[in-house]
Design a protein around this ligand. Sequence first.
Ligand code: SAH
Length: 450
Amino acid sequence: MKKNEIINLEITDISSDGNGVGKYEGMAVFVPETCTGDIIEAKIVKVLKSYAYGIVSKLLSPSPYRIQSRCPVFPKCGGCSLRHISYECELKVKDNIVRSCFKRIGKLEPEFEDILGCEETKGYRNKAQYPVADSGGQAVCGFYAKRSHRIIPYIPCGLLPKEFHNITDFIIDYINKNNIKGYNETEHKGLLRHIYLRKGFSTGEIMVCLIVTRKSEKLTPLADQIMKKFKDVKSVVMNINPDRTNVILGKKTTVLSGKGYITDVMCGNKIRLSPESFYQVNSVQAQKLYKIAEEYAGFKGDEHLLDLYCGTGTIGLSMARSVKKLTGVEIISQAVKNAKENARENGICNAEFICSDAGKAAKLLAESGEKPDVIILDPPRKGCDNVTLDSVLKMSPQKIIMISCNPATAARDCKYLCENGYITVKARGVDLFPRTGHVECVVLMSRDKG
Ligand code: SAH
């Protein structure tokens, strides 16, 4: 196969990043925006050792799973990768990703339950971080194009609540009228870098966080106007990020107007959210995920539950009334502060929260002889480190529940635990991110009796 060669190809699968895959002379060919069942004429654009990339030059016979995307910026925008297929097909793809990670990477064969899909695939995200840039003196805002920092100036994203569009439009209009500059990444100049919005779906409360390069008084009148115009906005804060970096939030946040946080309700608990705290972006589906985790845990009431990577405590607090004692561990101090407030606010007295790296805290707990009955692990995409896993093994809980937004690292970490005395009992994919290539999974491991 050579670059620029035209080949006929049947797409037989979809990879985790949303590319269709077909086989040609024994080699895998990845073609974006195609779908299992498509027969295409592909132009080869890149050839590597064992695989190649192509683009569609002609769609010879479309797959029955294909749908017309209604988003005007798909597939240029980097947010979604599966808008060209039906949601039913997307769920099959994601179910398959979870199963194959555990089989291929984990060499594990738990009993799989079918993936849990979302009832609502539109407007489900409770959080948006819109980059703002300077374009010839005017601020523009939207989303990054795939694998780039070029902004596609499009605000009404179909994954977000409608109020977000109106608020963002209002902010951009204000800063352009008042000659406030959007960020120029190349020259590291300008004021407004990002508009970060978050909504509590149960309460309707909205937080606006304006991320700026330096402290400025210029945004204070804007904050007051936002609060006046949008009644659901309960907090406008300014976060200062002076660095040349891709990290969105800086270290310092000040309140411009309102209470500095918003509240949501999750699994019956009031949850206080600061801008720095992690919160699942799909809170409706996250509650179903936490319920599955609770079912997997099957608490009797006398257990000690350790919730590692606990964020604002949402998972542990949703189970606190079913256990004797809850310990949560989280590295972001604002999130730990929220977790403690959340326990207090909901009258939960059997919970303690530790602000620490998960590995360090787990090691200390193990060394002090703590023996939690159930440990929940909900790490970020990179998964757990070995200190954490070894300490979990040392504490030797009856059950371990792994929750992860990256099935590949989850499978790797479960493999390690299963090489050291555990068996994977059950696993299930849960779709928290319709139309994107991401999928969550939940796994139950149990101490191997033999
Ligand atoms: N369980 C929470 C949060 C899960 S996201 C929920 O469902 O809402 C992962 C969390 O791990 C984030 O809150 C992140 O801040 C935290 N985290 C990342 N690295 C960590 C580390 N090394 N030690 C402890 N917590 C960490």
